[in-house]
Design a protein around this ligand. Sequence first.
Ligand SMILES: Cc1cc2nc3c(=O)[nH]c(=O)nc-3n(C[C@H](O)[C@H](O)[C@H](O)COP(=O)(O)OP(=O)(O)OC[C@H]3O[C@@H](n4cnc5c(N)ncnc54)[C@H](O)[C@@H]3O)c2cc1C
Length: 413
Amino acid sequence: MTGRRKMPDTPMRSLSADVVIVGGGFVGLALACALAEHGLRPTVVETSDPDAALARGFDGRASAIALTSRRLLERIGVWEKLAEEAAPMLDIRVSEGGSGLFLHYDHREVGDQPFGHMLENRVLRRALLERLRELPAATLLAPARLGSLDRHVDHVRAVVVNGESIKAPLAIAADGRGSRVRDDAGIRTTRWSYGQTAIVTTVEHERSHGFVANEHFLPAGPFAILPLLPETRSSIVWTERSAIAPAIMALDDDAFRRELWRRFGDFLGNVRPVGPRFSYPLSLQYAAAATAPRLALLGDALHAMHPIAGQGLNMGLRDVAALFDVLLEARASGQDLGSRAVLARYQRWRRFDNTLMLAMTDGLNRLFSNAVPPLRLARELGLAVVHRMPLMKRVFMRHAMGMVGELPQLMRG
Ligand SMILES: Cc1cc2nc3c(=O)[nH]c(=O)nc-3n(C[C@H](O)[C@H](O)[C@H](O)COP(=O)(O)OP(=O)(O)OC[C@H]3O[C@@H](n4cnc5c(N)ncnc54)[C@H](O)[C@@H]3O)c2cc1C
């Protein structure tokens, strides 16, 4: 990989690439690794400093990586760099706060593979950056701010402030939910806020979690306890009403621990927060189109969803794998990578899958973040019914593993 540090007043350098990717988050980096491994030349423009982004205080989250996402990370040479730090999720236990009802998903009911793995975001970012640096066909410009992106009939030109000018047949917007590239292209988004905030922290507990992910549905929203390594550490995603979340964030350590304990329970013995607290306001957002002339949208720039089912990044990686297939096929048949026909194929492929997942996560959150008696009864009945219907349970489990819809090559078994 070639790279550089931004220097003030550096004369403009002209680069050419096969794809210019704006945004070097997980999705942008994963696409760059996949393409560079197969001989295409991606250039990634990322605002933040990669070294600062690896610090503990940068992003306290951990992500549930579904089985199909793990396959993708294996195929692009990233998994081997983090496998020892990934905690397998063998079972998932969903419970309705206070009712005593729960659903238990056991991975053995659908095969011998875990549902997925829990990974600290810091670890995934480090492994992706390490892999990209090994690939000579890739260029990472970071920290670098995009000055302009002009889309012409037969090419795009991205200009970095005080830096390079990059010419390519195709641009990718992987610049997250606030995507400027998407907005500048005039692609509208639909967005609504859930009035909920996710409080994220890491805890240590007395007993082993046994590699089980627990999700308690409480009136304010889901409270997830997700297994990390070692076995006495878990990541917490605690959904609260946004009106209350700032007060919880401001509690002193003792009071925070008491509030956490009330929701967590004592099934893992004594529990102690050990990491910093982070908060993320939650909203659903989707773009009206996945493409515009010479532009494709990926990841949160295209769809941002509630973390209730831990699927945002997994869906972003499905975008990566689908676009990878489409671009490799285009190259093999000598097509222009940014042509209408190529982009139309990507748009068609992703539309159905993304709409389905957005609707599912939105529906789940509405059903479960509610104490209205008829809805409460419906979900209690729902849990009991699903528990007794092995076929329906298997459908849910395959969904959690990402094994639904038309799988791109990088995600197939
Ligand atoms: C609390 C919480 C828990 C979650 N848990 C899970 C989970 O368990 N599993 C899961 O699958 N998903 C989860 N998600 C969702 C997941 O984190 C996101 O879907 C994922 O990080 C999106 O990745 P991305 O690369 O598309 O966007 P981002 O991570 O937002 O990356 C965008 C990048 O673009 C850069 N950028 C922005 N503008 C510019 C510009 N103009 N020029 C250059 N660079 C730019 C930014 O610096 C950033 O690095 C969770 C989300 C939340 C809030």
